[in-house]
Design a binder for this molecule. Structure first.
Ligand code: NAI
Length: 554
């Protein structure tokens, strides 16, 4: 059966609440935009001031109030309240002012919001399922009022952005991520459920804080943790069999473990590993275009070998395999340097994600020496260690390549491996630079150079929308590979000319539509889709995309 992406208002079309309860239902509420006829028909007369304001006026008022706030955290709190009160208006504001809203709805402000989550929590907007709920997770899940959830973003709060273990305070992340699914790809908010699995925290300042909102224990680990996750996954499968489960901000070890365990069994993915990989690969594809090189001509040296870095390595290998290289040839082009130095075969106790990339050379813990010896065409930083792409490192890159690729992906800005200005200046304007956090455009010898921000938001909303529209039973690497290619293909010649390796963010809905179409096509072609193939996949997805517009109730 075709999944029903009917507008929320159709929601049965008949059984929506009226009167005071309608005003308190954020999914349906129109606030002062209710017409006279609606006010009479729905029992709203008197609950609202007399004057009727169309949505454009409401947006204007909301923006005025928002911009008057004196801090980004206060703006976040204001937007959060608006989202609870009137989702349509919230998404209208966010979508029409995406570049202004993105840093408030998500990074960096969401990090601050998580730190303060105990103080700013007002009303439920998702579920906390705790270790103390073991044995009755299904009962807790049943408390969520929506019958047809299709998309869950779940975290256990262990690795929130660059902030580390925030335990139950991590809730801001799944909420923010789901808001981006709706704003950027039109996933209907009705289908979205944010979940935080509260398994305790090892953060001493939270354990000592009497106002901490999570369970008062250290993190459960090992078999007990795995059993708890399994109970959670089974509860989700039982209540929401068509649901896409996105794992978000889990600690390094658990992230890889959960991905390996569930990727073939449950419709799920890990954005920190696979989404990051896709956006970075898109950047490498655009950079190769700028250099006039093939992807297979690249040699990558990663600084860091965690979720982001080895995820990128694996997708790069998949891309090269797709271009005809053997597994060994593709892996020979990926080099990793972590806190112990170059990842080599002689190293003891390498975790599986690193072992897959160990090279048969002598060890070294001197990064500059490794750069000079290996002469990589691209440096990719994802270790969360600031300033490691030093002047000597960048100069060495520029000496061995006419257009060296320098991706400084660590977040936040203070953790970047180098700044855009440094990369451009030290490479004498030749570097192709992208970063995790945005940098302003930079003037170099009369040229304006614009770096790219490798923001995962280019990828995950479109992938999720494609999976939902096709009701795919799994999320595959081929989908992330296709997403990377679509994203790279959307970079225009003009954008490339100024150094941009990603399209401008204002195009995000078009980007997401294109990615969703490619992903749904793969689901249909590979037999993963659980709905009939529409005649025109793109048109089908487009008409399912949630538009923040008020329905007429009478
Ligand atoms: P992770 O904890 O999984 O991995 C960190 C890796 O860095 C580990 O392999 C560790 O051995 C290595 N490392 C740590 N200290 C080091 C040192 N002193 N020298 C060399 N290597 C060192 O973390 P994850 O998820 O891979 O994130 C890493 C960074 O990438 C973070 O700053 C994160 O913000 C950024 N990131 C950027 C994204 C983007 O630009 N779209 C998306 C995801 C992550």
């Amino acid at each position: 059966m075709q999944p029903s992406f009917a507008p929320i208002t159709a929601h049965g079309g008949r059984d929506y609440p009226t009167g005071y309860s309608l005003m308190n239902n954020g999914l349906l509420n129109k606030g002062t935009a209710y017409t006279d006829a609606e006010r009479d028909a729905l029992g709203l007369r008197g609950l609202l001031p007399a004057r009727i304001f169309p949505i454009e006026q409401q947006v204007k008022r909301a923006l005025g109030n928002l911009r008057a706030k004196n801090s980004d955290l206060n703006k976040y709190i204001f937007l959060n309240a608006l989202q609870n009160r009137n989702e349509t208006l919230y998404y209208r504001v966010v979508l029409d002012h995406l570049e202004e809203m993105m840093p408030i709805v998500y990074t960096p402000t969401v990090g601050q919001a998580c730190l303060e989550y105990g103080a700013i929590f007002r009303r439920p907007r998702g579920l906390w399922i705790t270790m103390k709920d073991r044995g009755r997770v299904a009962e807790v899940l049943a408390n969520w009022p929506i019958q047809d959830v299709r998309l869950i973003v779940v975290t256990d709060g262990e690795r929130i952005l660059g902030l580390g273990d925030l335990g139950a305070l991590g809730m801001g992340i799944p909420i923010g991520k789901l808001a981006l699914y709706t704003a950027c790809a039109g996933v209907n908010p009705y289908y979205c459920l944010p979940i935080t699995l509260d398994v305790g925290t090892d953060n001493p300042s939270l354990l000592d804080d009497e106002m901490y909102i999570g369970i008062d224990q250290r993190r459960t680990r090992g078999e007990e943790y795995r059993e708890f996750i399994e109970e959670f996954v089974q509860a989700v499968e039982a209540r929401y069999p068509r649901c896409l489960l996105q794992f978000e901000d889990f600690g390094n070890h658990n992230a890889f473990d959960l991905l390996a365990r569930y990727r073939d069994r449950v419709c799920s993915f890990n954005d920190d590993i696979q989404g990051t990989a896709s956006v970075a690969l898109a950047g490498l594809l655009s950079a190769s275009r700028l250099q006039g090189m093939r992807l297979a001509d690249q040699k990558l040296l990663f600084f860091g070998a965690g979720e982001a870095a080895t995820g990128i390595g694996e997708l790069f290998v998949a891309a090269l395999r797709d271009e005809g290289l053997s597994e060994a040839e593709a892996r020979a082009k990926c080099w990793f340097f972590d806190s112990k130095g170059l990842i080599v075969m002689s190293r003891d106790k390498l975790p599986a994600n690193k072992r897959a990339f160990a090279q048969n050379v002598e060890p070294t813990d001197d990064f500059l020496a490794a750069v000079k010896q290996l002469r990589p065409s691209a440096l990719i930083g994802a270790a969360g260690v600031a300033a490691v792409f030093t002047q000597e490192v960048v100069e060495a890159m520029a000496q061995s390549h006419s257009r060296p690729i320098i991706f400084a992906l660590s977040n936040p800005t203070s953790k970047a491996e180098c700044t855009a200005e440094q990369a451009y200046t030290w490479s004498k304007g030749t570097a192709i630079f992208a970063s995790g956090s945005p940098f302003p455009a930079f003037e170099y010898e009369g040229r304006t150079l614009v770096s790219g921000q490798g923001n995962n938001v280019y990828i995950f909303p479109g992938v999720g929308m494609g999976v939902l529209a096709s009701a795919s039973s799994v999320v595959t690497d081929s989908m992330f590979l296709a997403a990377a290619r679509e994203l790279a293909a959307m970079v225009t010649e003009e954008e490339l000319a100024v150094g941009r390796v990603f399209p401008t963010l204002t195009n995000i809905r078009a980007v997401s539509l294109r990615i969703a179409t490619a992903v749904a096509r793969i689901a249909h072609d590979s037999g993963y889709a659980r709905v009939p193939r529409p005649a025109d996949i793109e048109a089908d997805i487009k008409q399912r995309m949630f538009e923040p517009e008020y329905p007429s109730y009478v």
